[in-house]
Design a protein around this ligand. Sequence first.
Ligand SMILES: [Zn+2]
Length: 61
Amino acid sequence: MRCLRCRGMMVEERVFTMEGGIAMARCVCCGDLIDPVVIRNRSVPCSAEARGGRHYRLGIA
Ligand SMILES: [Zn+2]
């Protein structure tokens, strides 16, 4: 799996949100965090991610 922003390597990371614990993909390069909805949309042109859909950004360095 490659990061949508920088094409860096992504690792699975469990994140706890108001919706509960969910598995997300985190980029080890830029720290971008993508949820499974975005991951499923990766193969779809003009995905929700491109339109500013469910795309999370955490302030971790
Ligand atoms: Zn990245």
